[in-house]
Design a protein around this ligand. Structure first.
Ligand code: PHE
Length: 484
């Protein structure tokens, strides 16, 4: 027992190398819990922070949205705009958001109330974020539902056909069946609820820490498989040699929306996760790492998908169904394709899980902290509401297919409004808040961890946050929406 105790201590000290900032000893915590409020749950190690934050960023955005949008919008030109948007807009917004979260150490709504001057309604950004979280989760959980269902379909060999007409029919029979669509969605929601109930460190952190490495390995294996196919170079050409004739204002907005969606920013998610960061965490460095890793995963997904698409003569422009119709047909044409297809959908399910946990954590933390509910109750209420709101997306291809607003089904509408309106708006206001209300000095203290860290990028970062990002996001948004 003593040895095990010793090992436990060793493990802890490895995760928290600096004794001054290590997590409180659990024994003294219980001793003190009579007098002090219970310590707030949070991420316990640097790797845990990275895994959870990356788990939020990496998701169906990389594996489903990025490839199909790149395919639809002409390939490399779109990719380039997306990378520029990520650097110029994504990075400053993400750093600001995590910083505000860690400073406030509470849910997004309470956080902005705490940080803003008395009486100024900046918390509305977080309220908008909670709305965005519901919209995103509604369609996201449905795409995740298809992914989970596809693991079984891939394993049974049902979608193992080189003929897109066959794989297309299989996909259609899934999405046009209201019962299957709903049941899979609720199953996914219940699974996420189960993980969230375990809490931040024991649920979110523990799960993402184990799953993220698996994801990287699987993606590498599939990427190498795709690259070694004869005829792969055409796919690489599509992905990496830009043709700017296809880049319109609408395409730029789509690319920027993707940057927001990818980095989980502009809707309070990174603020919530930031509130679980430890005080010694290097925020800009963590952000840059997550951003690079996320871009890397998107590239890998592109490299896994496009060479194979071209090698077998499929069209890259299939749209949202690219992942579910084209990809199975591509895998069916590859040696060991059956195995790789199962792996691919397992990987997609893993990616979707980390992202969904983070989306749900936004409203769950607001209910449990702001409204003093138990975590269990907060999770259950959110799941019930989502089960109802989300069903509009689950039924968007069947019962509710004809219910359209501005020519879009609920599924498409929620996707469009969240990525292209709510998240960019949230980003604008977050930058305005940090740049004009919070100010340079506070940002400096927060990002240098009270003067501990050297940060040469601080001044340019503040400049961009204050002067560049807000008007840039606004112009791209209005122009993309055709409003001027
Ligand atoms: N970033 C996630 C993805 O790319 C989606 C997401 C959006 C997660 C918003 C959290 C918040 O799949």
């Amino acid at each position: 027992v003593e040895f095990a105790n010793h090992l436990g201590k060793l493990d802890e000290s490895l995760e928290n190398p600096d004794p001054l900032i290590s997590a409180p000893d659990p024994q003294s915590e219980t001793r003190m819990s009579n007098t002090l409020p219970k310590a707030r749950d949070g991420f316990t190690s640097t790797f845990g922070v990275l895994a959870a934050t990356l788990g939020s960023a990496v998701g169906l955005g990389n594996i489903w949205k990025f490839p199909y949008l790149t395919g639809e919008n002409g390939g490399a030109g779109f990719l380039l705009v997306y990378v520029i948007a990520t650097l110029l807009v994504g990075l400053p917004v993400m750093i600001s958001e995590i910083m505000l979260g860690r400073q406030a150490k509470s849910d997004a709504v309470s956080g902005l109330i705490k940080l803003a001057p008395k009486g100024q309604p900046w918390w509305l950004i977080a309220a908008m974020g909670v709305t965005a979280a519901f919209l995103i989760m509604s369609f996201y959980s449905e795409v995740a539902a298809w992914v989970f269902a596809y693991i079984f379909k891939a394993a049974s060999g049902e979608i193992l056909s080189t003929d897109p007409a066959v794989t297309g029919a299989a996909f259609n029979s899934l999405i046009t069946d209201p019962l299957q669509s709903l049941l899979w969605q609720w199953l996914v929601l219940a699974l996420m609820g189960g993980i969230l109930l375990m809490g931040v460190s024991k649920g979110i952190e523990a799960v993402t820490k184990r799953l993220m490495p698996v994801l990287f390995i699987l993606l590498l294996v599939i990427g190498i498989r795709s690259l070694t196919l004869p005829g792969a170079s055409e796919g690489l050409h599509f992905l990496f040699s830009p043709d700017f004739s296809k880049v319109t204002a609408g395409v730029v907005l789509t690319a920027m929306g993707l940057a927001f969606f990818k980095l989980s920013i502009g809707m309070g998610c990174m603020m919530t996760y930031g509130s679980y960061f430890r005080d010694d965490q290097h925020i800009p460095l963590t952000t840059v790492r997550v951003m690079c890793a996320d871009l890397f995963v998107s590239m890998l997904a592109g490299i896994a998908i496009f060479p194979a698409v071209f090698a077998f003569g499929f069209e890259p422009t299939a749209g949202p169904s690219l992942l579910f119709i084209t990809i199975p047909a591509v895998f069916a044409s590859i040696p060991f394709g059956h195995l790789f297809m199962v792996l691919f959908f397992v990987l997609s399910a893993i990616a979707a899980t980390g992202a969904m946990l983070s989306i749900l954590e936004v409203p769950v933390s607001v209910l449990s902290e702001r409204f003093h509910m138990s975590r269990r109750r907060a999770t259950l209420i959110n799941l019930l509401v989502l089960g109802a709101v989300g069903s509009t997306c689950a039924l968007s291809n069947s019962t509710l297919a004809d219910v359209q607003i501005a020519g879009k089904t609920f599924f498409d509408l929620f996707d469009f409004v969240s990525s292209n309106v709510l998240m960019p708006l949230g980003g604008i206001f977050l930058c305005l808040f940090v740049g004009w209300v919070w100010g340079f000095e506070r940002m400096k203290t927060a990002l240098t961890n009270g003067g501990e860290l050297e940060l040469p990028i601080l001044k340019p970062l503040f400049f961009i946050t204050r002067y560049v990002s807000p008007p840039l996001i606004l112009i791209v948004m209005l122009k993309g929406l055709g409003l001027f």
